[in-house]
Design a protein around this ligand. Sequence first.
Ligand code: EPU
Length: 341
Amino acid sequence: MLKKTQLKTIEENKSIKAYNTFGVECFSEYFTRVNSEEELREILLNKNFKKKFILGGGSNLLLTKKILGLCIHVNLKGIHKVEENEEHIVLEVQAGENWHKFVVWTINQGYGGLENLSLIPGNTGTAPIQNIGAYGVELKDSFVSCMAMNVQTAEISKFNLEDVAFGYRTSIFKTTLKGKYVITSVQFRLTKKNHKLKTSYGAIKEEMGNIPVSPKSIADAVISIRERKLPDPKVIGNGGSFFKNPIIKEKQFENLLEKYPEIPYYRMNSSEIKIPAGWLIESLGFKGYKKGDAGVHKDQALVLVNHGKASGQEILVLSQELQKKVKDIFDIYLEIEVNIY
Ligand code: EPU
């Protein structure tokens, strides 16, 4: 039976397969789509549903069990200018806008700042939660603020940069405020000229060769690299990097380097070193590994994939096997980066 609120249709026992980029089969007890702030407010205040699950682009999410309660798909659309001067423009983007489409739009307008973040799957409203990052740039670098609705009270609050506690693949929305707010829109400050372009990340330099540097040429390079290295979720289900790159202390690093002189690393500061999790996994022979339809991607060992009919649980079990092997051999804990439900 379909239950109706004043505005929205609520579907029962809805398949979420098309709404998660891993493409795992999963059902939600109830499901609805909200296209405006008013609809979101109304549904959050609806007391018929005790449990509520917020779904954005579904690109950083592994569903391992049935969603109990109401799944709310945030579909707010629109981009508008907040302010502009000779150098900068501030844009407000609604949460349901596809991230990459937005990035392409900014580049076509001649705006700089998001080019390194091209082709990242997912929606704009969920991008701040894990502070998406790639090729030396993070979302926080152009973030001004976001508006978010309290799941309990439906009140809207503004979060400025200093409120969000951005870190490597994290923010306050992934820690203390996890599950408590729905981001409804995000403001970004982009450059109109004197772009601060970042080409220092090795792969970009190589890809660009002698091509003149511009937001467009960087975006093109990033798109080529990603298309080559990372599986397209439309073709093979995945959630991007499954783990965070671990950050270890100097002492442990020295011991590792002695045993594995070829280990790649990035020094974070005088006492901490980031190690590519992809290298740890690959060096244990897991690149391209399959367990049923759950697998490790053949070109990027940090990405777990669904070759067809894997369940979320099967992918989770595979990830635990990798965590255990990496812990046993390197004494490093791989923290899962995607959200597990
Ligand atoms: N490497 C391997 N084997 C692999 C993968 C990586 O040896 O299978 C080593 C190589 O030495 C390579 C280095 O790891 O040079 C770095 O690899 P890559 O440039 O592919 O980046 P990453 O550290 O594996 C991170 C982000 C990606 C982001 C890229 C580029 C995290 C968790 N992941 O991956 O983000 O696109 O850098 O900036 O920090 C995502 O978060 O979903 C994501 C794809």
